[in-house]
Write a protein that binds this ligand. Structure first.
Ligand code: FES
Length: 274
């Protein structure tokens, strides 16, 4: 595909929908246009196409076929810098960003009736550009109609202020789709644990030792909650054990040994069977 850049027709072997910015930088070596936002809003990649400034980051190559593209490298003519380049140099000498931060703004004044009220991009269809220029902090630029565009100081017309201007800003927008799922799972786990807080945990164990012709059963029990109720429950259990074994009950509170979990039982009984 042939594309005219800075007055020269250049042949490039790329897909027609390749962004113009990629072609300029990667295929033609014109790295003055830079990648910034990638959405046509920051101006880092702007080029002039048939006299109109436009972002090259979201312009496919086919959209400039047959048109004249001018990059920042093509602004200087016959060794003389373009007025915008001169203004940039006049307003801001090349300097290390960390030493001093003195921003400038490039502006254009358009006249006419707006047909597209989009806040992202100015549709200049039917508009006339009546002036343009660059204004830096603390300086004022005159607009075509005599009003003043000022940066830093309040001028007689529109004013641009650098409010809380910082050298660098970092923005991060994140969304983790798994968070609601994890939150729901955590809530379910907590809800599942609630019954355990209100349930009554108790243990009962029985040990049988030879005793003459019969056996001596030692019964122990341990309750973590509701101990008074457990005493009755334990008593009924021992009674049922005695009757089913056909033996007799021999209360002996001091005879209970450690149970299977090595803890001292709260209740203990001896049952002697024939
Ligand atoms: S990269 Fe920001 S406008 Fe193109």
């Amino acid at each position: 595909m042939i594309v005219e850049v800075n007055g020269v027709e250049r042949a490039v072997e790329v897909a027609a929908d390749t962004p113009l910015l990629y072609v300029l930088r990667n295929d033609l070596g014109l790295v003055g246009s830079r990648y910034g936002c990638g959405t046509g809003q920051c101006g880092a990649c702007f080029v002039i196409v048939d006299g109109k400034a436009m972002p090259s980051c979201d312009a496919p190559l086919w959209s400039v076929a047959g048109k004249s593209v001018t990059t920042v490298e093509g602004l200087a003519k016959g060794g003389a810098l373009h007025p915008v380049q001169k203004a940039l140099l006049a307003e801001q000498e090349p300097q290390a960003m960390l030493v001093e931060f003195d921003p400038i703004i490039r502006f254009s004044v358009w006249e006419g009736a707006l047909t597209d009220l989009s806040t992202n991009r100015l549709d200049t269809t039917g508009l006339d550009e009546v002036s343009s220029g660059i204004v830096g902090a603390g300086r004022t630029a005159d607009l075509a109609d005599g009003a003043a565009l000022a940066a830093g100081d309040a001028g007689s017309g529109a004013t641009i202020s650098f409010t809380e201007l910082r050298q660098y800003s970092v923005f991060q927008v994140g969304r983790d789709a798994g968070v609601p799922l994890v939150l729901a799972a955590a809530i379910l786990v907590l809800v599942g644990l609630l019954p355990a807080l209100y349930s009554s945990r108790r243990k009962v164990w029985v040990r049988a030792d030879p005793d003459g012709d019969g056996s001596l059963l030692r019964v122990g029990g341990l309750a973590m909650q509701r101990k008074p109720q457990f005493e009755e429950e334990f008593d009924r259990l021992v009674g049922a054990l005695v009757s089913s074994a056909g033996g007799r009950r021999a209360p002996d509170p001091g005879a209970g040994g450690p149970g299977p979990d090595q803890r001292e039982p709260e209740e203990h009984e001896k049952v002697q069977t024939p």
